[in-house]
Each structure stands twice: as C-alpha cells, then as structure tokens.
Design a protein around this ligand. Structure first.
Ligand SMILES: [Zn+2]
Length: 413
C-alpha cells in the first residue's frame, strides 16, 4: 500500500487495533528516500508532524488477517473481502468532510471492487475511510445490472458458486426492478453486492448493508440455492431498501430497520408476488412484536430486537395508514420515502428530524414528524385490533363493508 497525506491532515495515522498486527514495514518517503517509521499499537507518528504532510508505504498481510475474524478481513474465494478501515492507515484525527482520493493498482488477473464506486479511482471523504463500505480484492466475477439511476453490481469470488449466472441475473434483475418501481429509481448510482458462499446451510442466509461514501451489501449464501429460494428471497430487497435512507444516529436504528421490514412485503404485494390475504395475515401476526412492553421508554430509547425491527415497522404501518387516510388513498408511505431520496441515501449521514420533514413536505398533511414526536421517547401502544376491524382484515374472508375497506383494497398501490 502506498498513500499520500496532504499537509494538515494529521500528525499520526492509525488502523483498528484488531488489524494492527498485520501491518508491517511502514516507511515514509523524504527527498526520494524511504525510511522506516516506528509505530506502536496501530499508531504511527508522521515524521516532521502534520504541517509537512506525508508519503507512506506499508504492507498488509491479508491472508493472515483473514484467519482472525475481528480483523474485519474475510477470505473471498482466493481473494479477500474487507473494509477500508482494516488495512488503510487513516489520519488519527481529521476534519470531518475532508476529501480523500484513493487510487488502487491491482496486479494482472486481480480486481479491486469497492462499495465506494466502480473504481479504480475513488473520490471520498476521510470520514468514510473510517466507517465506509466493504471492498474486495482478488480474481472476481462482476455482473452489472443497470436500472434507472444506477447500477447494482453482483460480485462473486472465483471458485464454485451455489447459484448459476442465470439464476443470479434473474434474482438481481427482479430485485432492481422492484426497487426502481417503488422509488422511481435506484437510490444510489452504484451499489456493490458481494456474494459470499459460506459452505453451510441452504439458500440465502443473511445480508448486511453498509454505507458511508457509497454502499456495499454482503449476502451470505448457503451450499445450494434453488429457483424457489430466489423467488422467496426477501433479503436482497430488504438490503437494497437500506440504501435509500441516510445512515442515522444509533438511537434511530429502529427507523433504519423498520422501513425495510414494513416495505419489503408491501413491495411484494405491489409486485403481485404476494396475495392480499398473505400480506395482511403476516402483518397481523408479526407487527404486535413491535408494541411497547413494560418499562419501554419510546422508540429512541428502547433498542430491543422487537422494538427495532417491528417497532420501526409499526411506525411505518401507522404512518402509511395515516398518509392513505389523509389523502383519500392517493398517497402512500412511498411518496414520503421518494421525497427523502435526494438526501443521498446510505452514502451520507442524516438527521432523523430533517429527513422526516423532507418526507412530510411531499404529503398532503405532515404525518412522519408528528408521529416521531409522539413515539420517540414515550411508549405508545397502538390499538391494532381496532385498525384490523376498520380495514376489514380482522378475519377471513375480509369484510368488504368495513369503513376503510376501499383503502385496504388499494394497499397494493
Ligand atoms: Zn436490515
């Protein structure tokens, strides 16, 4: 690795403590000569201090790091999957928003693909090198799936994959199209999806999404994936929905998880891949897990699993209902979420109140911010049974004479 640090960037550089043992041979260049730089516990002082800037080089032992889970480096076929913070000596103290430019040279036959962009040059911010998305290096197969507003890239390591290229294309095209229809475009110009076979289990096992300067999704794949697994898959859509919302402070993680938890089945209903009967039965069965329990202190202060995923989904459901009620069914939660896209999606950080106000501005009447103010720090129990009755979904067959049956029949809009 070789890096230039501008004057004023920092007087020391660092890596995570867990990956420090894999950094070696740190040297600084001065007047054409390289000299060793002494470091301790993942921190190296820049010779001459910050005013001079620096030109450093070092080696990072990816293969050894990949044997230690905490290093953040994982094997990816015969290559590696990692986050910039694992191997990049980043300024210890920096001004937020300061620009950083990464240029990556890879040996022949190898590629470097990052959530920051298609590369090989990456324009980013120093902050995003600290918290940014995954990248991979090695021999890889990259398939690009363009849709309005951007590209979703499927990145597979070399070696045997549990799904065929044809299956992969069908899976990605349908997920991209679901997102395109719901939001009007892909949230980000570039979304890297790393497909990581883990050699155990069946089907699509797990997904995670990370932003900060870009977006990367890591999808863990089981030993075998059938066509049915792909038809039933909710994980890729859930993760792609994450890319539409800026990264929020930890207290608001419930909104980050609540939106995809509520939206993914709704998009399946819109797409005709889910029947209204199954949609409402699932919602009725699952969403009570989001109700406050004893000692609840409101969504911002109760980070339990139920309140994070289903409490957030409950917030979205009630917001969606109020939006549909206030507009006579002309608007839905998607109108509000589309209005939040210009904030920059998960590539940026956002303030929850600003984002909810952006969403409200697109609505006939503000819904999101008032609901947030009511629920953020107080336990509000929703009378779900009353809603099921009014919507006519309290029992099957549905009650077509219920007061809000017309709204419910148009829920797939
Ligand atoms: Zn999620």
């Amino acid at each position: 690795m070789e890096a230039h640090y501008a004057p004023g960037d920092a007087d020391a550089v660092m890596v995570d403590a867990a990956s420090a043992p894999f950094v070696s041979g740190v040297e600084a260049e001065s007047e054409g000569r390289w000299r060793p730089v002494d470091g301790k516990e993942g921190r190296w002082a820049i010779p001459g201090g910050e005013a001079k800037g620096a030109h450093l080089r070092w080696a990072f032992d990816l293969a050894s790091a990949a044997r230690f889970r905490r290093s953040g480096v994982r094997a990816f076929g015969s290559g590696f999957l990692f986050r910039p913070r694992s191997w990049l000596l980043r300024p210890e103290i920096f001004l937020p928003g300061r620009a950083a430019r990464l240029i990556v040279d890879t040996p022949a036959g190898q590629r470097f693909i990052s959530g920051l962009g298609p590369g090989p040059t990456f324009q980013t911010r120093v902050d995003d090198l600290d918290g940014g998305p995954e990248a991979a290096i090695g021999p890889m197969r990259v398939a690009r799936f363009p849709a309005k507003g951007g590209v979703i890239a499927a990145i597979a390591p070399d070696g045997e994959m549990p799904l065929t290229a044809k299956q992969e294309a069908r899976w990605f095209k349908s997920s991209a199209s679901v997102l395109e229809t719901a939001y009007g475009r892909l949230p980000l110009p570039w979304t890297a999806v790393f497909l990581l076979p883990v050699g155990q289990g069946e089907g699509i096992l797990f997904g995670s999404t990370r932003g900060g300067g870009g977006a990367a999704i890591v999808a863990l794949l089981g030993r075998a994936i059938t066509d049915q697994d792909l038809t039933d898959d909710w994980i890729l859509t859930h993760e792609l929905i994450h890319t539409a919302l800026p990264d929020l402070d930890r207290a608001h993680h419930w909104l980050e998880e609540g939106i995809p938890t509520y939206l993914e089945p709704l998009l399946r209903l819109r797409d005709g891949r889910e029947t209204p009967g199954a949609f409402w039965a699932d919602l009725r069965r699952q969403i009570p897990q989001g109700q406050p329990r004893a000692r609840d202190e409101g969504l911002d202060r109760t980070p339990t699993w139920g309140r994070t995923y289903w409490g957030g989904a409950l917030f979205c459901f009630v917001a969606d209902l109020r939006i549909r009620e206030a507009s006579g069914g002309k608007q839905t939660i998607l109108d509000a979420l589309r209005a939040i896209l210009p904030a920059g999606g998960i590539a940026t950080h956002g303030e929850i109140r600003d984002l909810l106000a952006m969403g409200d501005a697109a609505l006939a009447k503000p819904v999101l911010l008032p609901l947030y103010d009511a629920w953020a720090t107080r336990p509000e129990t929703v009378d779900l049974d009353a809603h099921w009755k009014t919507l006519g979904v309290a029992q099957e067959p549905f009650d077509e004479n219920a007061p809000e049956a017309p709204l419910r029949r148009a829920w797939n809009r």
